[in-house]
Write a protein that binds this ligand. Structure first.
Ligand code: NAX
Ligand code: ADP
Ligand code: K
Length: 495
């Protein structure tokens, strides 16, 4: 099943992927480059800026530059003026570059970098096809100078495959092109998913250039990109005889004085994700004083006689506080006979008392944001190291780590790393993590495996954020995400 997800291939393997696909399909590398350029242009023509008149294309000496030449040729028409700046002389360029150079129409204004003195017109589009995944040494000074200059001029900036200067698989160590959009071919390069590259990558579009899934899948069994088309296969299907019990009984433990919103949001999200019965166990001395935000939520009052085995899933942590009785916490973990979801203060407690990890049921799901992750696992020098630490932790403790943020990582206990594609910046709002906890607990309660609950929870959560932000934009709040959950099922055609 996992094979259906799009693998993320290391930059150094892309050449081999191209070669193996060329061999497998019988098409030529020139055709593949043509496909890449054409797919880029198809994407480009759909963008709001596509009617802009002045287009500057900067091409380096390799096949990324070759893509730029195809793009320049295909974009050339009467209403556009294309200025193509070549960084190297033809003798230094790849064979496919040279071939495409000779196919440029006469109307394209070709300038060697050394002779390029013009200023860039206002309201232009700047296409960066200088370096792709083949960058293999520090940028020479003239490339640095060019990138610096382009980063300071106005206009819409688009990176072809990867912003020039970014290495494909690790964090940048020097300047790189700052794109508004990165149109990457076939699969996202790992570094495009790093938070430290937000300024360089801009909005990410993954463009299919026709390389078969079979070819791509042979190259990575470790890293994957989770998209909407994958999700249906991870869902359970209910039918007309399904009853309330099939949809699960969920228990959410958390919520202390002044922090009751978190557990409420998680509970409401679980209901909207389809749970049959949702009970909140707030950690306050008189739970009956607790106010729920919807009447469908139930409250558990007695702290000591909680029958944990009566629930199909248990999530612990939202708004719980960390001043809890550790023996009580151990008893909860000990008594639950199935994987739990641990969030927020549940994670903070684990960080404070690592011994608690010994009591955590196998395949439990831990959902830290970056700060909670740092408390639990430790500091990292960059996102690549953080990903590795998350993966090592998941393998070592046999848990699922959901490292939240843009392109949330799901690190599986078998070492697979799944990066989410849904969601947007408007989800960075109070309580949106609590919504995720409720959604995952809901899927677990509906008898999804922990792996499937994690995958469906993360994807639907991001999609709900996207849907809600279509009308709320920056004003979106966590409740809006919850209200959009039902639409995610419609959009993904899951009934
Ligand atoms: N048939 C193919 O091979 C396809 C390749 N594709 C494109 O090809 C790209 C990869 O092409 P390449 O492997 O040719 O690599 P690049 O085009 O990324 O760059 C390699 C070239 O840049 C030079 N170079 C590397 N680092 C440098 C530095 N720091 N300073 C100066 N020069 C430097 C290298 O000597 C080489 O000439 C992909 O990113 C993608 O855009 C796509 O067209 C899909 C098909
Ligand atoms: N820029 C972003 N793009 C996509 N998703 C985001 C972004 N920022 C935050 N999110 C998502 O929003 C949620 C925030 O969770 P968290 O930080 O725990 O919030 P809280 O503690 O307020 O509940 C996570 O699921 C995260 O993946
Ligand atoms: K590029």
């Amino acid at each position: 099943m996992t094979n259906m997800m799009l693998p993320i291939i290391a930059g150094k393997d892309v050449k081999q992927l191209d070669e193996s696909y060329i061999q497998f399909s019988g098409i030529s590398s020139i055709d593949l480059m043509e496909n890449a350029g054409r797919s880029f242009v198809t994407w480009y023509e759909k963008q709001s800026f596509s009617s802009r008149k002045h287009i500057y294309v900067f091409v380096g000496p390799g096949n990324n530059g070759g893509d730029g030449l195809v793009i320049a040729r295909l974009l050339q028409n009467d209403c556009r003026s294309i200025i193509l700046v070549c960084m190297e002389v033809l003798e230094k360029c790849s064979a496919d570059f040279v071939y495409n150079f000779h196919r440029l129409p006469i109307e394209v204004n070709v300038i060697g970098y050394a002779n390029w003195t013009q200023e860039i017109e206002e309201n232009s589009v700047i296409i960066d096809a200088v370096f792709g995944v083949g960058i293999n040494r520090p940028l020479a000074s003239r490339y640095m100078y060019l990138i610096q200059k382009l980063n300071h001029v106005g206009g819409v900036k688009i990176a072809v495959d990867i912003p020039s200067g970014l290495p494909a698989d690790y964090s940048k160590n020097s300047i790189a092109f700052q794109a508004d959009y990165t149109a990457t071919f076939q699969f996202p390069k790992l570094s495009l998913l790093f938070p430290e590259h937000a300024r360089e990558v801009g909005e990410l579009a993954v463009i299919d250039i026709g390389i078969s899934e079979e070819s791509v899948c042979r190259f990575s069994k470790q890293r994957f990109f989770l998209r909407g088309i994958d999700i249906k296969a991870y869902h359970k299907h209910f039918h007309k005889f399904s009853h309330k019990g099939d949809f699960g009984k969920v228990l959410l433990i958390g919520g202390t004085i002044g922090k009751t919103g978190a557990i409420n949001l998680a509970g409401y999200a679980a209901l909207r994700t389809g749970s049959g019965l949702v009970t909140l166990a707030p950690q306050i001395s008189d739970p009956y004083q607790f106010q729920t935000i919807v009447p469908e939520l139930m409250i558990f009052g007695g702290k000591d006689d909680l029958n944990l085995r009566g629930f199909d899933s248990v999530a612990i942590g939202p708004g719980m506080g960390i001043d809890v009785d550790i023996d009580w916490f151990v008893r909860i973990l000990d008594e639950v006979d199935k994987p739990v979801v641990l969030d927020a203060d549940g994670i903070n407690l684990l960080a404070r008392y690592p011994k608690l990890l010994d009591y955590l049921p196998k395949n439990s799901i831990i959902t830290p944001h970056l700060k909670e992750f740092e408390r639990l696992v430790g500091k990292s020098k960059d996102h690549l190291e953080r990903i590795q630490m998350a993966s090592d932790f998941a393998i070592h403790h046999q848990v699922i780590i959901i490292l939240k943020g843009a392109h949330t990582l799901i690190a599986m206990p078998d070492g697979r790393q799944i990066f989410n594609s849904s969601g947007n910046q408007y989800m960075a709002t109070a309580g949106s993590g609590d919504v995720l906890t409720g959604m995952i607990a809901s899927f677990l309660g509906q008898s999804y495996t922990p792996e499937n609950a994690a995958i469906c929870g993360v994807y639907h959560h991001g999609l709900a954020g996207e849907i809600a932000s279509q009308t709320k934009y920056r004003g979106m709040i966590a409740s809006d995400i919850i209200n959009a959950i039902p639409k995610t099922f419609v959009q993904l055609d899951i009934i």
